[in-house]
Structures are given as structure tokens and as C-alpha cells.
Design a binder for this molecule. Structure first.
Ligand code: ADP
Length: 546
């Protein structure tokens, strides 16, 4: 086989593979069909070219020349068709396109007569080079016109294309120019210009780069395609080898090799396909997860915003209800008739409860949005606890509970705290102790170790299952005992308390032997204020970033 026959064989293989692949896999049917037609033209031309090169007689050569001319006749028009479909300009150039198909079909009919190819003659290394008939010259003019026109359209589209399409058009454009320039080297010898058809192999580049552009456009996986291509190449070589077998024994041997390689290639392509598919799926899943994550984050933000807006809206009417109920209770509007005392008390109690919940919501949204502000100053933890106990004592007594405070007698209980927020935490613990204790006593102890101060609030109440002792510090978390005891609550107080104590660089935890055994809540902060502000600021920043 000479170099020209090899070029034609390669072109044939590439045309069949690339055309077949796009035709099979492309989702854009119009593009697939026009590309298929174009590849078919190149395949017919290459097949004819190959056998023409292998021909041993004038008659045989003439037959294959006419055969390959069939492909050559339709190559530029099918390519123009593909280009117009690709650029979505089919409608604007209808006449030119279908006019071209009609005229070229006439030339194809002419190809069956001697007016197109007169005969073959020896020229350079070619024994059977074709001689042009009268019809050949207008055909060549038309061939050139359609080839140049497609290149011109691509060039124009390239100039106005967006970056993504620009890359695609570049591939098509470069491939087309190389392909046509290569194919055009075939026409010199028809006019006795002594330039051999050295560019024939350009057709493979042509097809390859156009196909690559289409593939890129449609996001086919290049790995699978390459695997298929090399398998196809290997099998084609083995098939050729089979037909070139010198004896029947060699034929059988080559056949066995072909079947063996065929089966392994099939498995190989399949495994590549599977691998690529599963990776694509994983990537898709990851992208989806990320999207869901973003959405959740957004929804979370919206929730915090809504919580904050709603709570603010609740705040002022609630303050009014609470205020008026309190004034009525105190007799500001005259003595309260006995039968109204109970309902007014209920209004007051419920509105107070509700305003605590609203405060909790406001605190939560502040914490979540990183808007909780602290005003740290030196204060006596003992005094804070004493104030809380004094304030709540009447309520405890009303419920029939003892409430007392003790200290370990240290000289100094000073620490750097946000007094309001620290008070809020201790109030919450003592309130809870009252809420969750039916009978008995509550004790608030303040003690000082070397560089820490600990507040312990101990009650003789319902107790907490050891398994729940960490969970109760989470949002909306309530232990079963609390639900069973039928005590109302939102499950937010301890969560907020934990956030506040952590901002103080301290710790908060609960201890209980279990159900019915009472509980003790501990708050421990350092007297050493070093680093606390930085710690808090860092935390706020982290939250904001998250
Ligand atoms: P709430 O009291 O509104 O439910 P908290 O966050 O203050 O919310 O408390 C969370 C949960 O911790 C309560 O529902 C309860 O199960 C448990 N808990 C809190 N304090 C006590 C206590 N002193 N004794 C027993 N359980 C408690």
C-alpha cells in the first residue's frame, strides 16, 4: 500500500467512526443528520480513493474514480448544510443550499457519463490519474464556491461569537481550512500541474476537529470517545489483517485474534463508560448537594430574619398587655372585683411567659446573625446571684419552695461579665429550678476556686436522665421528664444561656442522678479576663463567615 492508499484508509476509518459516533449520540438530531451526511460523503470519497489506489487495471481504476467523485461532489454541500445548521442559519440560505443540492445531483448523474471523467492516464507516480471532462470544470468551480462560502460563514460567525462558541467555531474553522486545503491538492494533477495530492490526510484532521467541536458542545465525554476510537482503530487494523491473510491457517489464527481482541475491547469500552458515568453522577450529586446546602443556608437566614421581625412585632403589644394587667392587678384602675382577680392574674402570667419566649426568639436571632453584643465589665458574681435570688424568692415561696443562697466565704467574686446577660442566665437557671421542682428546696451556691468562680443552682425537682444532660443545651430541646411533668417551655432558655456563657469564655453544664433525683446546674467562668474579648470577637467573626 502506498502513502495515498494509507491516507485514504485512515480517512475512511475516521469518517466512519466519527460520523457514526456523532450520529448515534448527538441529541441535536438535525446537527447529527447533517454531520452524518457530511461524514458519509467523506467516507465514500475515501473508500473509492483507497480502492482506486489499489486498482490494477484501467477499467477498475475508472470505476473507483467515479465512485470517489460521488463523495467529492457532495462533500462541500453537506458540509455547508452542517455549518448552516450549527450556526442556526439554515433558513436564511435555503435557496443557496437546496439549489446547490439540485445542481450537484445533476453533476452526480453526469458522473455516470464520460463528460465528467473522460478516462485515466499515467502521471507522476500515479498509473490511473483521472482526466477531466467538460462537466468537471463547472463542478470544480461550484465545489470551490461552496467550500469557500462555508469557511466565510464560519469566519463571520467567529467574529461575533461569544467566548464559548468562539472556541468551537475555531476548531471547525481550522479543521475546515486544513481539510479543504488538503483535499484541494487533489485537483492540481487534473490540470497537469505537477503537485501530488499530499494533503489528502487533511480530511482526517478536518473530520476530527469538527467532531471535537460538536462533542465539546454536547458535553460528550472525551474519555469514552477516545476509548471507542482506539478500539475501533485496533479492530479495523485486525479486520484488514484478516483479509490479507496468506493462508487459511493464518486466516483462522487472525480470526481468533480478532474475536479475542473484539471481546476485550468491548469490555474495555464498557468499563470506561461505566467509570465515566459513575464519576459524572458523583459530580452531579456533589453539585446538587451544594445547591441544597446553599438553599438551606438561605432558608436558615430567612428563618432568622422572620423570627426577628415577628418577635419585634410581638414585643410592643405584649408589653402593653403585660403593663396594663400589672397595673390592674395593683389597683391603678380601682379595686379589682374578686371574680376578676384570677383572670387578670392569668393574663399577667401568660403575657409574662409569652414575653419571655419572645425575648428568647429575639436572642436566638441575634445569636444566629452574630448580632449579640456584649458589654463586659468588672462585677461581683455573688451580688448578681444575690439580686436574682432576692427577686425570685417571692415567686418561689408562692410555689411553696425554699430558695436560698450560700457562698464559700471567699473575699472576692469579681469577674469580667456582661451584667445583664449574666443575670439573664442565672435567672433562667433559678426559674427552671422552680418550674421543674414540685416540692422541696432550691439552693444557689457561689464558690471561688483559684482562678474560677462557680455558680451552682441545685434543686430537688424532677431530675434529668443522664443521657439528656448535654442535649438540653440545644435549641428547642426538652427532656422527657419535663414534657411528662406537663410544664410549658420552649426549650430555648438553656441554649441561649450556653451561648452567653461561652461568650464569657466559661462553661455551663447540668448534673443529675436521674429521674426524680433533683438537678444541679453549674456555670463556671474565669476570673482571669485575658483573651476573653478576642475570643468573643473571633467567635462572632466565625459565625458571620459561616
Ligand atoms: P424550657 O424550660 O423552656 O423547656 P430550657 O432550655 O430552659 O427550656 O430547658 C430545656 C430543658 O432542660 C427543659 O425542657 C427540661 O427538660 C430540662 N431542664 C432545665 N432545667 C431543669 C431542671 N432544673 N430540672 C429538670 N430539668 C430541667
Amino acid at each position: 500500500m502506498n502513502i495515498y492508499a494509507i491516507s485514504a484508509a485512515i480517512n475512511l476509518m475516521v469518517a466512519v467512526f466519527v460520523g457514526g459516533m456523532i450520529w448515534r449520540k448527538s441529541q441535536n438530531r438535525r446537527l447529527a443528520n447533517t454531520f452524518g451526511a457530511f461524514s458519509l460523503s467523506v467516507a465514500v470519497w475515501s473508500l473509492g480513493y483507497l480502492f482506486w489506489q489499489l486498482s490494477g487495471s484501467t477499467g477498475e481504476a475508472l470505476f473507483w474514480v467515479r465512485f470517489f467523485m460521488m463523495g467529492a461532489i457532495f462533500t462541500p454541500i453537506t458540509f455547508l448544510h452542517f455549518t448552516l445548521t450549527f450556526l442556526k442559519k439554515e433558513k436564511s440560505y435555503r435557496t443557496l443550499l437546496y439549489g446547490g443540492y439540485t445542481i450537484l445531483t445533476l453533476f452526480a448523474l453526469g458522473n455516470f457519463t464520460d463528460y465528467f471523467v473522460v478516462g485515466v492516464e499515467q502521471i507522476l507516480a500515479f498509473n490511473f490519474w483521472p482526466e477531466p471532462g467538460v462537466l468537471f470544470h463547472p463542478f470544480l468551480a461550484l465545489w470551490l464556491f461552496y467550500a469557500v462560502f462555508a469557511v466565510y460563514l464560519l469566519y463571520n460567525a467567529y467574529k461575533s461569537a461569544e467566548s464559548d462558541t468562539k472556541i468551537q467555531i475555531t476548531y471547525i474553522f481550522i479543521g475546515t481550512v486544513i481539510g479543504y486545503a488538503g483535499a484541494a491538492t487533489n485537483y492540481f494533477l487534473w490540470y497537469n500541474i505537477k503537485i501530488p495530492p499530499i494533503g489528502t490526510i487533511g480530511s482526517s484532521i478536518y473530520l476530527g476537529s469538527v467532531a471535537y467541536a460538536v462533542v465539546k458542545h454536547q458535553l460528550f465525554n472525551i474519555k469514552v470517545i477516545l476509548a471507542e476510537f482506539f478500539s475501533w482503530l485496533l479492530l479495523s487494523i485486525l479486520v484488514i489483517n484478516l483479509f490479507l491473510s496468506s493462508s487459511s491457517q493464518a486466516f483462522i489464527k487472525n480470526l481468533v485474534i480478532l474475536i479475542g481482541v473484539g471481546i476485550s475491547v468491548l469490555f474495555f469500552v464498557r468499563s470506561v463508560y461505566r467509570e465515566v458515568k459513575s464519576r459524572e453522577k458523583a459530580e452531579e450529586l456533589a453539585a446538587e448537594l451544594q445547591e441544597v446546602n446553599q438553599e438551606l443556608k438561605y432558608m436558615d437566614q430567612q428563618k432568622s430574619k422572620m423570627l426577628s421581625i415577628a418577635s419585634h412585632q410581638f414585643r410592643s403589644p405584649l408589653t402593653s398587655i403585660e403593663g396594663y394587667a400589672s397595673m390592674m392587678k395593683k389597683g391603678t384602675y380601682g379595686e379589682v372585683p374578686e371574680h376578676l382577680e384570677k383572670p387578670i392574674n392569668r393574663i399577667f402570667k401568660s403575657s409574662t411567659q409569652l414575653s419571655h419566649i419572645v425575648d428568647d426568639f429575639l436572642n436566638i436571632s441575634r445569636i444566629e446573625q452574630g448580632r449579640m453584643e456584649y458589654d463586659f465589665q468588672e462585677a461581683s458574681v455573688k451580688d448578681i446571684v444575690a439580686d436574682v435570688v432576692d427577686e425570685i424568692k417571692p415567686t418561689a415561696n408562692e410555689e411553696g419552695l425554699e430558695l436560698a443562697m450560700t457562698t464559700d466565704g471567699a473575699d472576692d467574686y469579681t469577674a469580667e461579665v456582661d451584667v445583664d446577660k449574666f443575670t439573664q442566665v442565672i435567672t433562667n437557671l433559678v426559674d427552671n429550678a422552680i418550674k421543674y421542682t414540685q416540692e422541696g428546696s432550691i439552693e444557689a451556691r457561689v464558690s471561688r476556686e483559684e482562678d474560677t468562680i462557680t455558680v451552682a443552682v441545685e434543686d430537688s425537682g424532677i431530675g434529668i436522665d443522664p443521657e439528656d444532660q448535654d442535649a438540653i443545651f440545644e435549641q428547642f430541646s426538652r427532656a422527657d421528664e419535663a414534657k411528662e411533668a406537663d410544664v410549658v417551655g420552649s426549650g430555648l432558655g438553656l441554649y441561649i444561656a450556653k451561648q452567653i456563657i461561652e461568650a464569657h469564655d466559661g462553661e455551663i453544664w447540668a448534673e443529675s442522678e436521674g429521674e426524680g433525683e433533683g438537678s444541679t446546674f453549674f456555670v463556671q467562668i474565669k476570673t482571669d479576663k485575658k483573651d476573653r474579648h478576642q475570643n468573643h470577637e473571633r467567635e462572632v467573626m466565625n459565625k458571620e463567615q459561616a
